[in-house]
Design a protein around this ligand. Sequence first.
Ligand SMILES: NC(=O)c1ccc[n+]([C@@H]2O[C@H](COP(=O)([O-])OP(=O)(O)OC[C@H]3O[C@@H](n4cnc5c(N)ncnc54)[C@H](O)[C@@H]3O)[C@@H](O)[C@H]2O)c1
Length: 252
Amino acid sequence: MTSLTAIYPDLKGATVAVTGGASGIGAAIVAAFHRQGARVVAFDINEVAGQALIARLGAGASFVPLDLTDPEALKLAFAEAGAACGGFDILVNNAAHDDRHSIEDVTPAYWRERLAVNLDHQFFAAQAVIPSMRQKKAGAIVNMSSIAWRVGLEMAPAYVTAKAAIEGLTHALARDLGGDGIRVNCVLPGFVRTERQVEKWLTPEFAATVKSSQCLKMFIEPEDVAAMVVMLASDSARAVTNQTLVVDAGWS
Ligand SMILES: NC(=O)c1ccc[n+]([C@@H]2O[C@H](COP(=O)([O-])OP(=O)(O)OC[C@H]3O[C@@H](n4cnc5c(N)ncnc54)[C@H](O)[C@@H]3O)[C@@H](O)[C@H]2O)c1
């Protein structure tokens, strides 16, 4: 297990929205910002995990139950949570769902649903936080993509397509928002040892593939990705925007 050791004084008191913040990498990101003294709001469909995380972290962290695939509910939830904290300084677009699917089995409805859960909400969450960031003439948005589309993850064409689009979205937003002092970057994790990944995909064979594909013969933990996200959101990265940062132990 790794530990996040760096402290960025500018993040103390910062207001942070993290989608998919109840479990996995998102929960590590929420905990990492909380450790900085930031005020973190986790938006997630998983109420049990969200409430448990907030209870563990205590003051400074809060949870908003939300199905991010419902754009109207997203708009309302972000408006309420944003108003309660004086507008978000930082948005981490982290939520996703990486179910596998064969090309033959994908219907138009399933394709649309996959893009709704893996792509659409990243744009709409950004749209929701941008007005207050513009007012403050500052802000940082970090979008979670994946090396899946660079290394060619099998049996997940909709997920892989969404993850590629997130890099495009990052470049589009960074260009449009730079004039307002808002930075937009993208993080591409490799294989990260979350609860879900361990339960669903981490067979001994896949573990061997991970180790042989990476330069570093290690497992990446959620905290490794959280450390990169927190650094990107901090003033230490004040000149960094429109970039893609890869946390994959050298796989891609
Ligand atoms: N774990 C990895 O190996 C890995 C690798 C590359 C990229 N990523 C990316 O990192 C991010 C986090 O991945 P993870 O492995 O922690 O995922 P995860 O599945 O463990 O957690 C995702 C979170 O999103 C939430 N969520 C899913 N659908 C939602 C919805 N409709 N509304 C609200 N919340 C919803 C889930 O409840 C969960 O808390 C994702 O963007 C993923 O694509 C992960």
